[in-house]
Design a protein around this ligand. Structure first.
Ligand code: XMP
Length: 326
């Protein structure tokens, strides 16, 4: 673990101008650290790894190799956005690994949440390691470490990092945002030209939708979860709630519920909507969302997502309910 300390006099990056200064400084520093060598980065598309990627592309161009592992537990459109932004717009050296079948195979029949997290974490390292071995002459590994990770404050870090540094692959680390807080990383990301939907993204757990498709993951429930989550995000975007609510998502439990379709009984899945506001994720409140918005989201999910016949809104604060359902 990195133990460097943020100097007391370091100015907080709150404006685009300050972000530009930071970027110019880091570009020089990265260039002098890396020289003409190559750098590897696991690019999930989350805020931290995306900002590090954009910074390194600016400093090093094609000397950076980004590896995006699609573990099949991403939200709808996320992997596509990584390709669009980094490969198409920024012309990055991007290796896209379609690993969904592999992860879902390993997870088949596994119901215990911690076991699921472990499998996803271990498999991620394996896939990343395999990709790293295919590439020749890589000397550096870039990481989206931010200052709270170093302080190890907050609960998110406790189970953060799906990936990690493979033990037997030796790289020197490049961690250009390691002294920044999350809000500063977002300001830097915006100054680097990353889209707002990427820079102001809500937290998303490393194991992704894997811990929101409760119990043993099945492809029908995973698909229903992904579609329902996309509808929730669309409606939160349309009503401005995305800016007001800290984290929001859907959950699909592993039990069926009675419904009626075409005059006949049907046993379909329920979808639970979870939305929370919090400062530090240790305690969280449930925002009061207007009835009409909730009804519209419910109607859309019931209408557009096959196999779902009931939608619920989770009213539980944390504690006692955690933010995630498992
Ligand atoms: P809980 O459910 O513990 O969640 O109230 C607190 C915050 O942590 C996130 N979370 C995770 N993040 N890997 C992660 O990277 C995980 O396994 C994990 N589990 C929970 C959760 O989304 C919330 O922001």
């Amino acid at each position: 673990m990195n133990t460097c300390k943020r100097p007391d006099e370091m100015q907080r990056i709150t404006t685009p101008e300050l972000a530009e200064l930071f970027i110019a400084e880091q570009v020089k520093e990265i260039q002098s650290q890396v020289g003409d060598k190559k750098v590897l980065l696991a690019l999930s598309g989350g805020v931290d790894s995306s900002v590090v990627a954009a910074l390194l592309i600016k400093a090093l161009g094609k000397q950076l190799v980004c590896v995006h592992v699609n573990h099949g537990l991403m939200r709808k459109g996320e992997s596509e956005q990584v390709i669009e932004v980094f490969q198409n717009q920024m012309d990055a050296n991007l290796v896209y690994v379609e690993a969904a079948p592999r992860f879902l195979d390993k997870l088949a029949g596994v119901a215990d949440p911690e076991e699921k997290r472990k499998i996803i974490g271990v498999e991620f390292i394996r896939v990343f390691e395999e990709e790293a071995r295919k590439l020749s002459a890589i000397d550096f590994l870039a990481q989206g470490t931010i200052y709270p990770d170093i302080l190890e404050s907050g609960p998110v870090k406790a189970h953060h990092n799906v990936g990690g540094l493979p033990d037997d692959l030796q790289f020197e680390l490049v961690e250009p945002v390691k002294l920044l807080f999350k809000d500063e990383v977002r300001v830097v990301g915006a100054a680097l030209g990353l889209p707002d939907s990427m820079v102001s993204r809500q937290p998303f757990p490393g194991p992704g939708l894997g811990v929101r498709c409760l119990g043993a993951i099945t492809s029908d429930r995973l698909e229903a979860l992904r579609e329902a989550d996309a509808i929730l995000r669309e409606e939160f975007d349309a009503t401005g709630l995305t800016r007001e609510v800290w984290q929001f998502f859907t959950v699909v439990p592993n039990f069926r519920t009675t419904g009626v379709r075409d005059g006949k009984r049907a046993y379909d899945w329920p979808v639970i909507i979870r939305a929370v506001n919090t400062i530090d994720a240790l305690e969280a409140d449930v925002p009061e969302i207007s009835w009409s918005i909730l009804k519209k989201i419910t109607a859309r999910i019931l209408d557009e997502v096959p196999g779902v016949c009931r939608v619920l809104y989770d009213l539980s604060p944390k504690p006692p309910g955690t933010i995630e359902w498992e």
